[in-house]
Design a protein around this ligand. Structure first.
Ligand SMILES: Cc1cc2nc3c(=O)[nH]c(=O)nc-3n(C[C@H](O)[C@H](O)[C@H](O)COP(=O)(O)OP(=O)(O)OC[C@H]3O[C@@H](n4cnc5c(N)ncnc54)[C@H](O)[C@@H]3O)c2cc1C
Length: 456
């Protein structure tokens, strides 16, 4: 261990775990079981001063620094080999202000923790579709979820952020304070600093009506066409969710002899008055022959945690944005969707129409705001023996659909390989992001991410 790392360890008040310590093997792991890296130290800060000390250390020594929120990054940006991990799981406080309809949540919170806290007051903000994902990585990349069509991206609901920048300084970013930094944080990923606290706008969302519904696999192309044209067209904004092309899950609402058969599904949420939910789902149920569904009223956090998977499964994902769903694209899905090698693997196509398109095109750093859908081809499996089959399925599927999609994808749904599409991923906001990076992180201290190198 270097003497500078020893000095850092002596300085921080939080927990430090290094190779050989009890708990190191568990602490070095991230959500994706494919990632097998061995950082030099994992530091769980006690407070913001600890965060500043770690960032200063990384800047002064050139050590790789991973910022870990919920650890869900599929490329495994929450860890590294030989560097330092700043693991914010030690900072997970949430404070809800029901009168002003805002919540402040520390950088290590998961969506489950934030949803549960706001649900106490019948309120919610736009999160993702599972509860174990970190609020930090999801928010900083943009944030797409069940409430997106009615309330926009997660970043559209961000009021302010407390950030430790590359110099170790703590600043508040909002529309009025460091507005350029605030703009960059809303889609530019973990490139600009460590966010120790997020402040979100909340909405009255309490009991929702929704859940999964599955259709005959033979009709999947037609269902996808119906879903995309409805979500890009007449669907009420309170209806949000995603299409899934996958094998029939081993769920109680799917006949047992049909588990593992190629099927397609829609997982959706009606966040309008719950008593209108059944009617709202009529056009969705009419999109094809339904094999089974589990639709009904439920608390919003229940839907957001209904599909949580255990940590440690193996993941390999690729992603594109889609503006127009063409016949060629639908054919490419039909050729690849049914071939998912395992029950957990799936192609998800998330609707990002409605409120997402209300904001000005470049009002935040999320550059592909004018796309209608975010596609993720998610290989997910248990056994290392299935690595090749799953990775190949994702690569083939991506190769077939990407000619009919945008060149860029949602940074939060991508593998590391798509990092070299950075300009397309961030879209027309890329040049300004690189300028702001030069101002706030000229030495690229925050580089273990979908990186934006400083301009010049
Ligand atoms: C099962 C699953 C479901 C998902 N569902 C959705 C979904 O519905 N909608 C959606 O939009 N995305 C979804 N995602 C993608 C998710 O948004 C990204 O994986 C995101 O990066 C996860 O954030 P995290 O904090 O858990 O990850 P981490 O691995 O901890 O961090 C991810 C990135 O964020 C940076 N980062 C983390 N914390 C901070 C911080 N406090 N300050 C600055 N930078 C930080 C890291 O440097 C890293 O680059 C899902 C991912 C998984 C695995």
């Amino acid at each position: 261990m270097s003497s500078s790392l020893e000095r850092l360890i002596a300085q921080v008040r939080g927990t430090v775990i290094t190779e050989g310590d009890d708990g190191y093997e568990e602490a070095r792991r991230v959500y994706n079981g494919m990632i097998d890296k061995r950082p030099g130290a994992i530091i769980r800060p006690a407070d913001r001063d600890d965060v500043s000390a770690v960032v200063r250390f990384a800047g002064e020594t050139g050590t790789d620094l991973s910022i870990r929120g919920g650890s869900h990054s599929v490329p495994g940006f929450g860890t590294n080999d030989g560097g330092v991990v700043l693991d914010l799981s030690s900072m997970r406080g949430v404070r809800v202000d029901p009168e002003n309809r805002t919540a402040r949540a520390e950088g290590g919170c998961t969506w489950g923790e934030l949803d549960d806290a706001t649900h106490e007051f019948g309120l919610a903000t736009v999160g993702g579709v599972v509860s174990t994902t970190g609020i930090a990585g999801l928010t900083l990349g943009g944030g797409i979820g069940y409430l997106t069509r009615s309330r926009g991206l997660t970043v559209d609901n961000l009021v302010s952020a407390e950030v430790v920048t590359a110099s170790g300084e703590l600043v508040r970013a909002s529309e009025d304070e460091h507005p350029d930094l605030f703009w960059a944080l809303r889609g530019g990923g973990g490139n600009f600093g460590v966010v120790v606290e997020f402040e979100y706008r909340l909405h009255p969302v309490d009991t929702i009506y929704g859940g999964p519904l599955f259709f005959e696999g033979a009709e999947a192309r037609d269902v996808l066409e119906a879903f995309t044209s409805y979500m890009a067209g007449d669907a009420p904004r309170q209806l949000g969710g995603f299409f899934t092309w996958q094998l029939g899950p081993a769920a109680p609402f799917i006949p047992e002899d049909r588990h593992g058969e190629p099927m397609c599904g829609i997982v959706a949420c009606w966040s309008g008055p719950p008593e209108e939910g059944e009617t709202a789902f009529e056009p969705v149920l009419a999109m094809g022959s339904v094999v089974g569904h589990a639709l009904g009223p439920m608390p919003y956090p229940a839907l957001n945690s209904a599909f949580d998977l255990p940590h440690g499964l193996r993941h390999y994902w690729k992603a594109n944005f889609v503006a127009d769903v063409t016949d060629d694209l639908l054919d490419a899905h039909r050729a690849n969707g049914p071939n998912a090698p395992t029950l957990e693997s799936a192609m998800h196509l998330h609707a990002m129409t409605g409120a997402v398109h209300d904001a000005r095109a470049h009002s935040t750093a999320f550059g592909n705001r004018d796309a209608s859908f975010a596609t993720v081809i998610a290989g997910i499996w248990t056994d290392a023996d299935d690595d090749e089959a799953n990775i190949q399925w994702v690569r083939d599927y991506y190769a077939a659909t990407s000619p009919f999609s945008r060149a860029g994808g949602y940074i939060n749904f991508q593998s590391e390989e798509e990092g070299d599409h950075a300009e397309q991923n961030y879209g027309p906001t890329y040049a300004r992001l690189a300028e702001i990076k030069r101002t706030y992180d000229p030495d690229n201290v925050f580089r273990v991410n979908q990186n934006i190198p400083p301009a010049g």
